[in-house]
Ligand binder design. Structure first.
Ligand code: AMP
Ligand code: GLY
Length: 421
């Protein structure tokens, strides 16, 4: 099979490396990809939002499977465009990807179908939102822009004044552009966070092994929220009993709710969960694989990923048994100096071999460029250095040993992945 991967991050690199393990995979293209991906796949210079360009390329090159990994093209109907042109694509259509693209949609879905989530109200008028915040008068309070905002559209306000300022900056100053035309104001929840990615063909749902994302920029969960500074799998807080509860109260009800709404979800549905004192609740849905969750979940997958993609597309997922490694995996993200705010690009990296790897670990490239046999930084999150081992401690030790061999000016990474709540 010839496969086209759409996207350019560490998640896409991990997906590509896993797809390459399949005996069915003959060749992989990646649009647009990155420096590390160029060592595993042929890069194609088409932007992730270019539906026509993608359809044309897939047709001209007899692509058998297109994998749409990032949120923006999914929300914009990339899968619809590919399917309507007779191509086979992995990922939800736009009418289902809305579960991530609109928080107002997903919150209302959960309310309508009794799926546990934080108490909330939605607003498209700033004055009404401010009135509500003042009337409720509880802090902390969570203010969320409705649309996609690179994981940055969530503000946890510690005071009423901060919450009012957040509403103004999202709705009036348009800090996140049109994403902030509507907002969700919700109750602040506490408890360990768990990420569960699940394969679904709209008929059945098969959760993958759990993971834990470390979202803050610095050690001890200090600094700004990022796209994710590191992950471990399994998530130590996710017991078998909680997994069963989530299946019954969250996973199955969500799949059924989407079907009832005429928005059947096919692809990878990501459940961002919080294990609160009152039981598991949904913090957010994503319509795609997580980044960097994918980097620790996929290395533990034993079943052929091409077979899974085909079973999802053909709605035959219930026939397939999906097997996982019992051990653990850890991923440490190496980021550019300054990330998640301003950072430089084009800095030469040292310690990587000619394929962008390092002994003892798998290096997934996120923001890198490859030129004349050398690797340069090309983004905020640069690498996801990942190791697998029988135990989490050993996986962490291996991942950090590999991190120690890599260097580039200004680099920063967290030293406590897998160690904090
Ligand atoms: P989201 O983009 O909705 O996943 O939110 C980003 C992060 O903000 C989450 O991973 C949580 O750490 C935090 N967060 C979001 N909603 C809440 C909430 N209702 N209570 C506490 N923390 C939250
Ligand atoms: N790591 C969080 C996300 O992919 O949204």
């Amino acid at each position: 099979m010839k496969i086209l991967m759409i996207g350019s991050g560490g998640r896409e690199h991990a997906l590509i490396k896993k797809l390459l393990e399949s005996p069915k995979c003959e060749k992989i293209y990646c649009a647009p990809g990155n420096g590390g991906i160029s060592r595993d796949a042929e890069l194609v210079n088409i932007g992730v939002m270019d539906k026509e360009g993608m359809v044309r390329f897939a047709k001209e090159n007899d692509i058998d499977l297109v994998f749409v990994a990032p949120d923006d093209p999914l929300a914009a109907g990339m899968v619809d465009a590919l399917e309507d042109a007779g191509l086979r694509a992995f990922g939800p259509r736009a009418n289902a990807a809305i579960i991530e693209a609109s928080k107002v949609f997903s919150k209302n879905l959960m309310k309508k179908y009794g799926i546990p989530t934080a108490k909330y109200e939605t607003f498209d008028d700033a004055d009404k939102a401010i009135e509500y915040i003042k009337a409720e008068n509880t802090t902390p309070v969570v203010v969320k822009a409705d649309g996609l905002a690179l994981g940055k559209g969530v503000i946890i306000a510690q005071t009423i004044d901060d919450a009012v300022a957040a509403v103004k900056s999202i709705m009036e100053d348009k800090q996140f552009g049109d994403s902030g035309n509507s907002i969700v104001i919700e109750e602040f929840l506490t408890g360990p966070e768990v990420s569960v990615l699940a394969f679904t063909d709209g008929k059945c749902v098969k959760p993958m092994v759990s993971s834990k994302d470390h979202k803050r920029a610095y050690d001890n969960d200090e600094g700004l929220n990022t796209g994710g500074m590191g992950t471990v799998s399994p998530n130590p807080y996710y017991t078998d009993a909680l997994a069963e509860e989530c299946m019954n109260t969250i996973f199955l009800p969500t799949i059924e709710a989407m079907n009832k709404e005429g928005r059947t979800f096919k692809g990878c549905l990501y459940f961002g969960l919080m294990m609160t004192p009152k039981g598991p609740k949904v913090i957010e849905y994503n319509a795609r694989f997580g980044d960097p969750e994918t980097q620790v979940v996929l290395p533990r997958l034993k079943t052929d990923l091409v077979d899974i993609c085909e079973a999802v597309i053909d709605e035959k997922l219930s026939d397939l048994e999906i097997e996982w490694d019992d051990g653990a995996a850890a991923c440490v993200v190496m980021a550019s100096g300054g990330y998640p705010v301003a950072y430089k690009k084009g800095i030469e990296m040292f310690g990587l071999d000619e394929n962008g790897g390092v002994e003892g670990a798998t290096v997934y490239h996120a923001g890198t460029k490859y030129e004349n046999g050398r690797f340069y930084t090309n983004g905020g999150r640069v690498l996801g250095v990942t190791a697998k081992a029988p135990t989490l401690d050993e996986a962490l030790e291996k991942a950090y040993a590999a991190v120690g061999k890599i260097s580039f000016e200004g680099m920063h990474f967290r030293h406590d992945i897998g160690r904090t709540k």
